[in-house]
Design a protein around this ligand. Structure first.
Ligand code: NAD
Length: 244
């Protein structure tokens, strides 16, 4: 299938587990892709735009940089994210600034810059990677849950506000996914990641946690013309397990 032939995409967090899978899917279906992450030297793509999303001018400039590098911009995937653990009482100022900066402010800046570019070209699709914890919060990750709820709400608002410009904004809300984010979290807490992933899989009705491709397939569906009537939707991708 070459659903994205002639389309140009920007993907953030492209060096991470889910991001790399999204880039592979888009390119395998014909898109040209600009990849953004702190280090994208190992990611195959048509354009590499490394940088730190906590740098406001970098985030503000990413859509125009992708447009300049690819000659078009039809799809933006705000996938980069960080997870901080703990209740509010265990949250440092640094955790707060990092979580808000990467998970909320950067997608806000990127969408704000991308929407006029897309609208001026007749439209486009933005897909934000939120979380099931942005729809229903889970325990002991207060600020992470709040940031994902914020990006979910922004998605719903932008989905309404920019549909008239033919810019569709939607989000995927995964539950647990087998990526470095999840595995390093287990390792930090002294668990063997393979054992922990297998045990976690037994808590999912479908019998396993998600692989990055399970999420990437839904992201590219939302980015595709098959989702042409979807605006502001939060799509849970959870194997039948709605909360973490
Ligand atoms: P990951 O850690 O493998 O990838 C995240 C990527 O974001 C990394 O490559 C990282 O370098 C990049 N990033 C983080 N901070 C950045 C910054 N300041 N500047 C530039 N890039 C930065 O994690 P993943 O699991 O692939 O996560 C992708 C998205 O999926 C995130 O938004 C995450 O919150 C969400 N998510 C993940 C899970 C899960 O269980 N893994 C569940 C629900 C939602």
């Amino acid at each position: 299938m070459q659903r994205f032939r002639g389309k140009a995409a920007l993907v953030t967090g492209a060096a991470g587990g889910i991001g790399a899978a999204i880039v592979r899917r888009l390119r395998s279906e014909g898109a040209v892709v600009a990849v953004a992450d702190r280090d994208v030297s190992g990611v195959e793509a048509e354009a590499r735009l490394p940088g730190d999303l906590l740098d406001a001018s970098y985030a503000d400039g990413l859509p125009q940089a992708a447009f300049g590098a690819l000659g078009a911009l039809d799809i933006v995937v705000n996938n980069a994210g960080v997870i901080t653990r703990g209740a509010v009482t265990a949250t440092t100022d640094a955790d707060w600034a990092l979580s808000l900066g990467v998970n909320v402010e950067a997608p806000f800046r990127i969408c704000r810059a991308a929407i006029p570019i897309m609208a001026g070209r007749g439209g486009g699709a933005i897909v934000n990677v939120a979380s099931c914890w942005g729809v229903r919060p889970g325990p002991n990750h207060a600020v992470y849950c709040m940031t994902k709820a914020a990006v979910a709400s922004l998605t719903q608002c932008m989905g309404m506000d920019h549909a008239h410009q033919n810019v569709r904004v939607n989000a995927v809300c995964p539950n647990e996914v087998n990526t470095p984010m999840l595995r390093t979290g287990f390792a930090r807490r002294g668990f063997d990641p393979d054992t922990a992933v297998a045990e976690l899989g037994r808590t999912v009705p479908l019998g396993r946690i998600a692989e990055p491709e399970d999420i990437a397939d839904v992201v590219v569906f939302l980015a595709s013309d098959a989702a042409r009537y979807m605006c502001g939707s939060l799509v849970e991708v959870n194997g039948g397990k709605p909360v973490g």
